[in-house]
Design a binder for this molecule. Structure first.
Ligand code: AGP
Length: 612
């Protein structure tokens, strides 16, 4: 999605803005631009395509300035063209914007009636004109912004500069993330702290409705016109763990980081083979009261939730529902007393999940229902973490590749910890069972490391996918969601059409698709469903389908004509989905690389989906 970087300093910040935008590239965008205030002028450059194009333009024009705003745009209103790229200017005001102004059309009609001429098809341009118009009644840029904000409907974050205010950057957060990077004699804003990590590790996280005024030496945050104190937080993320290192792509690096990421995630909760007493201690009373779980998530995070449903019900006898947030938020679901609502999200900012959470909280409050909310998230400072009663962090480190990998497997590890904790509190699982599962959990990083040894073999098999147009992924039980996840991975980065199915559903429709040209990926761990899965494999082979099987080394499944087998080290059946995620990630990665796609930033997609 769109990204914002801005700053006010004593030095020229054009490079800082460009570098910041580069660090936001992973979020997905189609054009980029910046505006710098210099000697009473707005100097603007905008380009379609990569930030590198903008960088070239800035180098060529030598624009510079110590106050400025920059933006990567992911088109919503109007095509990805230079005219639609941000910043948008009206008079002496320049504006960058993330999110959507829902009532832009009526605002635009009013502004046109006043004589304002629009040069883009964006919703953003209304903001620039509105502020310009408000400045007719006040000389203060902050006051003009305050007058405009109540007129805007939707979710947005703004960065605003003006030629007459060369030491002032105004920013607004209303439904779209925004942080202030606190420097020494200089201050910055961004939609993602990652953009500012090379400059500072001190951040102020704005809350919904905040309007802030930054100068070189001061930061004032206002809510409802009142000055308030927002704490400065120090972050220990380093610049290096957000870089590719020796890997060709972030995605590959992140796949290989999984053993360590899982180890980090589980270490926070475990003491030997037992759960630590202080793990989720503040939630103990709430967990004791819950009678069911409702998981809300999108995309890959939703698949993690699907697996957790099996775990909640099979291991601790607790009913669990899982739903895609974009459906949940709009279908007026019944909010049930004593339910634990769990948001799963890598970013903690996904618009649909956040809206579903807020709506649930509002409706529960309206009926005085007793619910508990919780987030499983990779970003400690995210909106979801801040807005739920409890949170459990996945300690995966920054995930830059659009395709979620280490965030997914750490979500699974975290979900297992949550299941065990709730089961322990409700006494629906014995300490011995907990100890057995925890011992296996500790072992998982090693099994993943061993699984990664298959990388070359998977690369070899991926060559057989390059020319394919379609692909099926099949699994049963907890590997049905892995089949969905495998299909999602393949389609999003290689652009091959792929579908995941519960293998038992094959003969209810998808079998009709199977022919000589259809690769079928099978997930075959050593579990209770293995024999049934083998029958499903026969069904595919009998129709000429070519099988690519990721199978337990003791499964007895052998390679034969049109049946390729990659053996996965034996792993406890309950935790097997964590391990079987890895070969499907590698397969998708290699197919995408061979097809020459933009692996880390696949077309049309964004890392953090902060608009609907
Ligand atoms: C999958 O690889 C995706 N990047 C996507 O499905 C993602 O999981 C989804 O957009 C949800 O994001 P979140 O975890 O940040 O909420």
């Amino acid at each position: 999605m769109c990204g914002i970087v801005g700053g006010v300093a004593e030095r020229n910040i054009s490079n800082i803005l460009i570098e910041g935008l580069k660090r936001l590239e992973y979020r997905g965008y189609d054009s980029a631009g910046l505006a710098l205030i210099n000697q009473g002028q707005v100097l603007r450059e905008r380009r379609v395509g990569k930030v590198a194009n903008l960088e070239q333009a800035v180098l060529a024009s030598q624009v510079s300035g110590s106050l400025g705003i920059a933006h990567t745009r992911w088109a919503t209103h109007g095509k990805p063209t230079e005219e639609n790229a941000h910043p948008h200017i009206s008079g002496n005001v320049a504006v960058v914007h993330n999110g959507i102004i829902e009532n832009y059309q009526e605002l635009k009609d009013d502004l046109e009636a006043l004589g304002y001429v629009f040069t883009s098809q964006t919703d953003t341009e209304v903001v620039a004109h509105l502020i310009n118009d408000a400045l007719k009644t006040t000389p203060s840029l902050l006051e003009a912004t305050r007058q405009v904000v109540p007129q805007l409907k939707g979710a947005y974050a703004l960065g605003i500069v003006h030629t007459d205010h060369p030491d002032e950057l105004i920013t607004v957060r209303e439904g779209s993330p925004l942080v202030i990077g606190v420097g020494i004699g200089e201050n910055f804003i961004s939609s993602d702290q990652l953009a500012l990590l090379p400059i500072t590790n001190r951040f102020i996280y704005l809350e919904e409705g905040d309007i802030a005024r930054l100068t070189r030496n001061s930061i004032e945050v206002f809510i409802d016109g009142q000055l308030i104190d927002r704490p400065v937080k120090e972050l220990d993320a380093t610049v290096s763990n957000a870089s590719k290192g020796e890997y060709k792509h972030y995605m590959l690096k992140e796949i290989y980081e999984q053993p360590e990421a899982i180890k980090q995630t589980i270490s926070q909760a475990l003491n030997g083979n037992a759960l630590r007493e202080d793990f989720l201690a503040s939630a103990i009373q709430d967990f004791a009261n819950i009678q069911q779980v409702q998981i809300i998530a999108c995309g890959t995070s939703y698949h993690a939730g699907m697996i957790a449903k099996y775990w909640f019900e099979q291991l601790i006898d607790l009913p669990c529902q899982v739903e895609i947030a974009s459906e949940f938020r709009y279908r007026s679901p019944v909010i049930v007393n004593n339910t634990l609502y769990v948001c799963i999200s890598q970013s903690g900012e996904t618009a649909d999940t956040l809206a579903a959470l807020r709506d649930t909280q509002k409706r529960a409050a309206a009926k005085s229902l007793n619910i508990t909310t919780m987030t499983i998230c990779n970003v400690a400072t995210s909106s979801m973490v801040r807005e739920t009663n409890h949170s459990l962090l996945t300690l995966a480190g920054p995930e830059i590749g659009v395709a979620s990998t280490k965030a997914f497997t750490t979500q699974l590890a975290a979900l297992m910890l949550l299941v065990l904790k709730i089961g322990q509190i409700k006494q629906t699982i014995s300490d011995t069972q907990i100890a057995e599962i925890v011992a296996e959990l500790w072992h998982t990083p090693k099994v993943i490391l061993d699984t990664l040894q298959n990388d070359k073999e998977i690369l070899r098999l991926s060559e057989l996918f390059v020319e394919k147009q379609h692909c099926l992924f099949l699994g049963r039980g907890t590997h049905f969601p892995i089949a969905l996840e495998g299909a999602l991975k393949l389609k999003e980065i290689s652009y091959i059409h792929a579908e995941g199915y519960a293998a038992g559903e094959l003969k209810h429709g998808p079998l009709a698709l199977v022919d000589n040209d259809m690769p079928v990926v099978i997930l075959a761990p050593q579990d209770d469903m293995l024999d049934k899965l083998k029958s499903n494999m026969e069904e595919v082979q009998a129709r000429g389908g070519e099988l690519f099987v990721f199978a337990d080394e003791n499964s007895g499944i052998k390679a034969k004509d049109r049946q390729h087998v990659v053996y996965v080290p034996s792993v406890n059946a309950i935790l097997a989905p964590i391990v079987y995620s890895v070969p499907v990630q590698l397969l998708s990665y290699h197919v995408a690389v061979l097809r020459g796609t933009d692996v880390d930033q696949p077309r049309n997609l964004a890392k953090s989906v902060t608009v609907e």
